[in-house]
Design a protein around this ligand. Structure first.
Ligand code: F6P
Length: 605
């Protein structure tokens, strides 16, 4: 843990005492202090693992793989051996992981700082299930809301919902931010091949209005419908966009008509939505027990459902539910989210690898990394346990990512030759451009050219897969991954030559650990499973660290201080005598802005 945090800890009365003094924790610390080399691990595996001997066991490329639900999860390129895996599983037992999973799934109040459940898994339970929470069957509520969502979706898609002039809806604009934006945006983009409507769906999240301003210029007000997606209905980013959208529409029609025909809300705060002017029949409800970043399965997914239809939306839920079942019922060693979470803890806490990158080798998943930045970092970016103790170990790593092939031309240099340890998730789909249902044949080409066209696309897919496998190989084995580099370095060793400067420039140190996740194909079902996999991974990590992944107190103070700063703009806009009571730097920045704004106003007069 960095000095900064250790100093910060001293400011607290450090009453940290927990089972992180357990044997398994200490064993893992001891294991982590040994040198770990992926090349060595693979070599040992071959040497020690002779068929027909007593020591025969599965090789790591089989042993450290879980293949379930159309997801092939390969963690053989992680810095682990059987001893590490056994110790991680012992740690899971010491931390009562099974009990914690059961508490989550059974609707216990696992979000202790806000005294509520975290029931995103209830959002994908089949209709016939029952889950009683405080004497109420939440599954019945969920399916009632899904029915209401379906009615609205079908009215919009069927051209029954009309704008102020009687025109059917052509554009739906989701106004939301964080969990009310990133999940729906990511899914809509990933599943665009499943869209079976001409209605376009747009996402607007920026507080500064730049996305909205650009979009409004292109939209037809008669046929545009806005969704105000905000669990709290109090997020200024979203409400300021909604205000601008309302003002824009009110240029063309009376406010009451605009509100009735052009605005839907999705929120847990019915009162605020009503006060804003949303008609009751245009309100979709979510519940306090759904965390914002876990809410895409609820009516927050309305924009997704409008684009891909309810049947595909139900498939998304079914895929997630299948992963929930796997999570609940599978032995930990074969349990994908459990192993993914444990490996994450091993990397971050024990090996002190504080950066993690997500690399989808599939352009359809381009928004997955940004969705995961919120899911993982807002959930697990914590330094205090559920009991209020300051932790003395690293929790969530810094996460970022990009479509893998683009990242190769951007930040892979650092992964290959930089000084930082980074763990990686490679994600790809086995099958693509082969769908017989015609959904992929979106490009209008003559029948005769069609074969060529799909062949070249297929080749692009293979190229992308080849790059995915090649990169995880080079990151793992460095010079050893290429014959040329391998020969150079062994010749140097044999002749006891020092590597030349040129060799040093071209040296790949490798040993960056990675997991490769292969989906059979990208479908609503498999995407549902993939997202649920990450949700549960986050929960597993939090459970081991003893933190609450379902609150986000760290984002609150910034909002309050922004209000205080904003008040200065209003109060001082025409004031020559500028005196602010913040820190000296902020005061000066404010002065600079106000003086320049004032000067430019004077010039424009
Ligand atoms: O500020 C953080 C946050 O509260 C996220 O947790 C949430 O997803 C986002 O803001 C949006 O919140 P809401 O849906 O209430 O507008």
């Amino acid at each position: 843990m960095s000095k900064f945090f250790l100093d910060h800890q001293d400011n607290y009365q450090n009453n940290y005492q927990s089972c992180h003094n357990s044997q398994s924790w200490q064993k893992l610390e001891q294991l982590a202090s040994q040198p770990w080399s992926l090349s060595q691990l693979f070599l040992q595996d071959v040497n020690e693992n002779q068929p027909n001997t007593q020591s025969f066991r599965q090789a790591r490329q089989q042993n450290f793989v879980i293949n379930e639900l159309g997801v092939y999860f390969d963690y053989s390129k992680q810095l682990v051996n059987n001893q590490v895996v056994d110790s991680l599983l012992a740690l899971a037992d010491d931390q009562h992981l099974k009990k914690q999973i059961d508490a989550l799934l059974q609707g216990k109040k696992v979000n202790n700082s806000e005294n509520r459940e975290a029931l995103h898994t209830a959002l994908r339970l089949p209709k016939q299930s029952v889950l009683m929470v405080d004497g109420n069957d939440v599954v019945a509520d969920v399916h009632q809301s899904l029915e209401q969502t379906k009615k609205i979706v079908n009215r919009i898609r069927g051209g029954i919902w009309r704008g102020y002039s009687g025109k059917a809806i052509t554009d739906v604009i989701n106004l939301g931010v964080g969990g009310s934006d990133l999940g729906p945006l990511m899914i809509t983009s990933a599943l665009d091949e499943w869209a079976d409507t001409d209605i376009c769906v747009h996402f607007v999240s920026n507080m500064d209005g730049s996305q909205l301003e650009g979009l409004l210029k292109k939209l037809n007000p008669e046929s545009s419908l806005f969704i105000i997606a905000s669990k709290s209905f109090g997020t200024l980013d979203t409400l300021s966009n909604a205000k601008t959208a309302l003002a824009w529409l009110c240029q063309f029609a009376p406010k009451t008509t605009v509100l009735h025909r052009h605005f839907i809300s999705v929120s847990a705060n019915v009162q605020k939505a009503t006060k804003w002017g949303i008609y009751p029949e245009n309100q979709l409800k979510i519940w306090d027990w759904v965390g914002g970043r876990f809410s895409l399965w609820s009516a927050i997914g309305l924009a997704v459902a409008i684009r891909i239809g309810m049947d595909s939306f139900y498939q998304l839920l079914a895929g997630a539910h299948a992963m929930d079942e796997h999570f609940a019922n599978t032995d930990f060693r074969q349990n994908m989210p459990v192993m993914m979470g444990l490996i994450g803890v091993w990397n971050s806490t024990f090996l002190k690898i504080n950066a993690h990158t997500v690399l989808p080798y599939d352009g359809r998943l381009k928004f997955l990394p940004s969705y995961l930045t919120q899911l993982e970092m807002e959930s697990n970016g914590k330094s205090v346990t559920k009991k209020g103790e300051v932790v003395n170990y690293d929790t969530c790593p810094i996460l970022w990512g990009e479509v893998g092939s683009n990242a190769q031309h951007a930040f892979y240099q650092l992964l290959h030759q930089g000084t930082q340890k980074v763990s990686c998730d490679f994600i790809a789909c086995v099958e693509r451009y082969k769908n017989s249902n015609g959904r992929h044949a979106s490009v209008d080409v003559k029948q005769t050219n069609k074969a060529n066209h799909s062949q070249t696309l297929q080749q692009q897919h293979w190229l992308s897969l080849a790059n995915c496998l090649a990169q995880s190989r080079v990151l793992a084995f460095g010079n050893q991954a290429s014959d040329e580099a391998k020969n150079n370095s062994s010749q140097n060793q044999l002749s006891q030559n020092k590597p030349s400067i040129d060799d040093r420039f071209k040296n790949y140190h490798g040993n960056q650990p990675s997991t490769t996740i292969l989906l059979d194909a990208l479908t609503p079902y498999s995407l549902g499973s993939l997202i649920a996999l990450y949700e549960h991974k986050v929960f597993v990590m939090a459970s081991i660290w003893g933190i609450n992944p379902f609150d986000q107190w760290g984002v609150e103070m910034g909002k309050k201080v922004a209000d205080e700063v904003y008040d200065c703009f209003d109060a001082n806009i025409n004031n020559d005598d500028l005196n602010f009571s913040f820190d000296a730097s902020t005061n000066q920045l404010l002065k600079h802005i106000m003086q320049n704004q004032y000067a430019s106003e004077q010039n424009n007069k």
